[in-house]
Ligand binder design. Structure first.
Ligand code: NI
Length: 172
């Protein structure tokens, strides 16, 4: 078990496109364990491997109130999007302190592999649908602030760079 460092926007590595997992083996299961521990510790409701600088299609999610219902998605794909949309105020462990409204499909269908490498499918709506779409964007190298206006994004980038510089100074 290990907590993994989370990349923070505007780190260019967050824009890496993840590759499919070739085999769901012990290395991937260890990654899943570490990612789940990192997500719960943060705390957050979702984490994509991209955010811990591993560029393979692995996501962990837990939108339950008690944080005791871990969903692991390996090589996930969204196979259907509803025409209906919903707007949610999103945040991201890679963009600390920033929350803003993003419009996404209200319902989706998802196909993925579990930690045993077995395929499964599910239907998602509400927060889970938001979270899956947000995390799958990470695997494509996309951070939610890219849905915001260029002006907002520039402000966020400037603010986070400043925060990161101050944190570095304190660490020295
Ligand atoms: Ni995120």
């Amino acid at each position: 078990m290990a907590l993994l460092p989370i990349l923070e926007y505007p780190d260019p590595r967050l824009h890496t496109v993840a590759k499919p997992v070739q085999e769901v083996d012990d290395r991937i299961r260890q990654l899943v364990t570490d990612m789940a521990e990192t997500m719960y510790d943060a705390p957050g409701v979702g984490l994509a491997a991209t955010q811990v600088n591993v560029h393979e299609r692995v996501v962990v999610i837990d939108v339950s109130e008690e944080a005791n219902d871990l969903l692991v998605l390996i090589n996930p794909e969204i196979t259907w999007y509803s025409d209906e949309h919903q707007v949610f105020e999103e945040g991201c462990l890679s963009v600390p302190g920033v929350y803003d409204k993003v419009e996404r499909a209200a319902e989706i269908k998802v196909r993925a592999l579990n930690v045993d490498g077995e395929p499964f499918e599910f239907h998602a709506d509400g927060l889970l649908a938001v979270c899956v779409q947000h995390e799958l964007d990470h695997l494509l190298g996309k951070v939610f602030v890219e849905y915001l206006s260029p002006l907002k994004r520039d402000r966020i980038r400037t603010r986070l760079r400043k925060q990161q510089r101050e944190a570095q100074k304190q660490a020295v």
